[in-house]
Design a protein around this ligand. Structure first.
Ligand SMILES: Cc1cc2nc3c(=O)[nH]c(=O)nc-3n(C[C@H](O)[C@H](O)[C@H](O)COP(=O)(O)O)c2cc1C
Length: 217
């Protein structure tokens, strides 16, 4: 698969097959994630892979803490979102809602409980960074994560970035004995997509180039 096809085809996968992913396939995806560029080649990203019984145990804990604390997905901005941004996020729920309705769940329930369970994916990934780095180094992590998502796509694997779980970072760190100097920046679900699920056949829209591109000539 060429890079443009992988970029066009990738979408967040929220329904997974029970089919396991081999360790060799997981390692290959991380090989590509590691090829991303970074400032002065620091490669500040670190990945934690959780699968098998360890993943099941962790998911049970996340579902439990979520039931107690009910943290919702949100933009996390310090001020109310300007309309142009909130319109984009509303559009996602509007496309997904009719399909989630069929499961008898609300949008929030599906996204929040689904996120905490890595949507049933066989592999849960955590992206971490050493807390000694400044926030700007998150940029490097983002580049590596993009490589990871595209490499997975090229290998026929589905992914879903999961920011919600960072609300429960202390519980994850405790469960996996992650040291205090590592910040959990993102979770990622990885596995084979259930292509038959209507929830996996949602193509979210992107804004027109004119909205994001500014030319000076
Ligand atoms: C940093 C980040 C955090 C995200 N967090 C979540 C999440 O917690 N739960 C979820 O279901 N999707 C999450 N997503 C997926 C986005 O909702 C999705 O990427 C967006 O709607 C665009 O859709 P697409 O990935 O199918 O192109 C996240 C994506 C990113 C990049």
């Amino acid at each position: 698969m060429n890079i443009f096809s992988a970029m066009k085809q990738r979408r967040s996968t929220r329904v997974y097959l029970k089919k396991p992913v081999t360790r060799a396939d997981i390692e290959e995806v991380f090989y590509y994630a590691g090829l991303a560029p970074s400032a002065i080649n620091l490669q500040p990203w670190e990945y934690i892979v959780v699968y098998g019984e360890e993943k099941d145990r962790l998911v049970r804990r996340l579902i439990k803490v979520h039931a107690e604390r009910k943290v919702s997905c949100g933009p996390g901005t310090s001020a109310r979102l300007p309309e142009k941004f909130s319109r984009r996020s509303r559009a996602v729920s509007q496309i997904m809602e009719p399909r989630i309705d069929e499961l008898g769940l609300s949008f929030n329930q599906f996204i929040e409980e689904g996120s905490c369970s890595f949507y049933g994916a066989p592999v849960a990934i955590f992206v971490t960074i050493d807390t000694l780095f400044p926030k700007i180094r998150y940029l490097d992590l983002g580049l590596s994560i993009s490589y990871l998502l595209l490499a997975a796509e090229a290998k026929g694997l589905g992914t879903c970035p999961i920011g919600l779980i960072t609300a429960y970072a202390a519980d994850i760190a405790d469960a996996l004995s992650i040291p205090g100097n590592k910040e959990i920046v993102l979770g990622i679900a990885l596995g084979y997509a259930d292509e038959a699920s209507p929830l996996n056949n949602i193509k979210t829209e992107r804004v027109d180039q004119n909205e994001i591109l500014h030319w000076y000539e």
